[in-house]
Design a protein around this ligand. Structure first.
Ligand code: ZN
Length: 154
């Protein structure tokens, strides 16, 4: 089956009900199926819905941004970071291009956490499907959606 582009409105909350993110009123998020643009636990539900459908989707951490893993926490020498002030909360790109956050600073070392900020969290999405269409040839070649109407240039 050829890839689809699904555009959807969403509100993302954590288990305590706090809103973490949401789409703008007239600007649904569009993604191409099978491209890894959105988390797998959400995509597998969205592909079963039709235009206009509303659904609450609860995604366990493992199907969202992964479990919070100690393997993703590393301590490096201070000298391995760029010159200048480094403070807790700063973000860098790690060895594989992944974002890492400074979580502790000692005299000679810095601790970096490569877990996604939402790792280890169950996520709750309230979604409404705005549009479903076939992916264009350009989108298939690029491996991502070009907005809800397929004409977004970038
Ligand atoms: Zn593109």
């Amino acid at each position: 089956m050829s890839p689809q582009v699904i555009a959807f409105h969403y509100k993302l909350t954590d288990v305590s009900g706090q809103t973490l993110d949401q789409s703008e009123a007239n600007d649904p998020l569009a993604f191409m199926t099978g491209s890894g643009q959105i988390i797998p636990g959400l995509e597998k539900v969205l592909v079963t819905l039709k235009i206009g459908d509303k659904k609450r989707v609860e995604v366990e951490a493992a199907d969202a941004y992964g479990e919070h893993s100690l393997e993703n926490i590393m301590t490096i020498a201070r000298s391995q970071l760029p010159e200048g002030d480094v403070k807790v909360g700063d973000m860098f790109h790690g060895p594989n291009g992944e974002p890492v956050t400074v979580t502790a600073i000692a005299a000679e070392t810095v601790t970096l956490d490569g877990n996604h900020p939402l790792a280890g969290q169950k996520l709750i999405f309230d979604v409404e499907i705005a549009n479903v269409r076939e992916a264009t040839k350009d989108e298939q070649a690029h491996g991502h959606a070009h907005g809800p109407d397929g004409h977004h240039h970038h």
